[in-house]
Design a protein around this ligand. Structure first.
Ligand code: SAM
Length: 283
């Protein structure tokens, strides 16, 4: 399997290895856009950022019935931050994290797996979201937090998620959708983000940008129903300022992350790229 990882993941791991405790505390568990309660007056301290980061998980967990034992697959699980939060909040959960990048899985195995509690089990596996190695009808929930845009094909991932979900199981994901006009400056910025990302990651292939309408059509076409979508765009924006400061203090160690965030921030502030949480049920 060719490893196609996000361009900033190795630099985060390098900073952590170098002993950068700021990067470890900010990005060593979750690598996503967070969810700020007070986005107009955000608390940009490390604690404030960690809370925002965990709050995005909480917003996703609203779609899960954690009072029942269940089996949950977190696709594109990063360093295992979402699984770690599920482990803290639920009992009798079978938690499986999957990532294409062995280095991220290695960190999840060292930092998160030993913390299993509340009769939960945890597994972290290397694998590709578009070629899931699990039996049909084997998960109650499939989660994918801010990662589908990195996959080689949204359609193949949605198909795989449908296959591995039990009947009435749910796919819950957060995603960035393209909503802009390509003639505008922000639209062009969004597109250059796409090309930067594709160049760094998939040698020219990426599913960014993608419109929400197209994603919903794909899901419906595959048999998903009960689709619900929620706009969380404004709630995630303060993270860019936090990352800018973190990157500045890391003396160039987070160059890929910083560059990607700067492009994306401009496009997102103008609502040319928007963040959503989506739920889809397998009939
Ligand atoms: C923005 S990070 C989000 C990580 C995690 N979901 C979180 O919220 O902390 C995107 C993740 O998708 C993973 N990824 C990219 N392509 C993948 C693929 N084809 N299959 C599985 N994971 C993939 C990356 O390695 C990275 O960990």
């Amino acid at each position: 399997m060719t490893v196609r990882t996000v361009p900033y993941s190795d630099e985060i791991l390098d900073e952590i290895r170098r002993g950068n405790s700021n990067v470890a505390s900010a990005l060593g568990a979750n690598i996503h856009l967070g969810y700020w309660n007070d986005e107009k007056n955000p608390d940009l301290s490390f604690e404030g950022f960690q809370q925002a980061s965990e709050r995005l998980n909480t917003e996703v967990f609203r779609h899960i019935d954690l009072s029942q034992p269940c089996r949950i697959l977190d696709v594109g699980c990063g360093y295992g931050g979402t699984i770690s939060d599920l482990n803290r909040r639920g009992n009798n959960l079978q938690l499986v994290g999957l990532n294409v990048d062995p280095n991220q899985i290695a960190r999840a195995c060292t930092e998160v797996k030993p913390l299993a509690r509340n009769s939960n089990t945890m597994e972290f596996l290397v694998g590709d979201a578009c070629e899931l190695q699990f039996s049909p009808n084997s998960f109650d929930y499939v989660l994918a937090i801010e990662c589908i845009g990195c996959f080689p094909s949204r359609k193949r991932f949605f198909k795989q998620a449908y296959r591995v979900l039990k009947p009435e199981g749910k796919l819950i994901f957060t995603d960035l959708f393209f909503a802009g006009d390509l003639n505008s400056a922000a639209g062009l910025l969004a597109l250059s983000y796409k090309h930067w990302f594709a160049f760094r990651q998939n040698r020219g292939r990426t599913t960014l940008p993608f419109t929400e309408a197209r994603a919903l059509r794909l899901l419906k076409g595959l048999g998903f129903s009960g689709l619900s979508t929620r706009d969380i765009n404004r709630k995630t924006l303060p993270t860019y300022e936090f990352v800018r400061r973190l990157s500045h203090d890391s003396n160039g160690g987070l160059e890929a992350l910083d560059r990607g965030c700067r492009l994306l921030e401009l496009a997102r502030e103008r609502n040319y790229v928007i963040a959503k949480i989506i739920e889809a049920r397998k009939i």
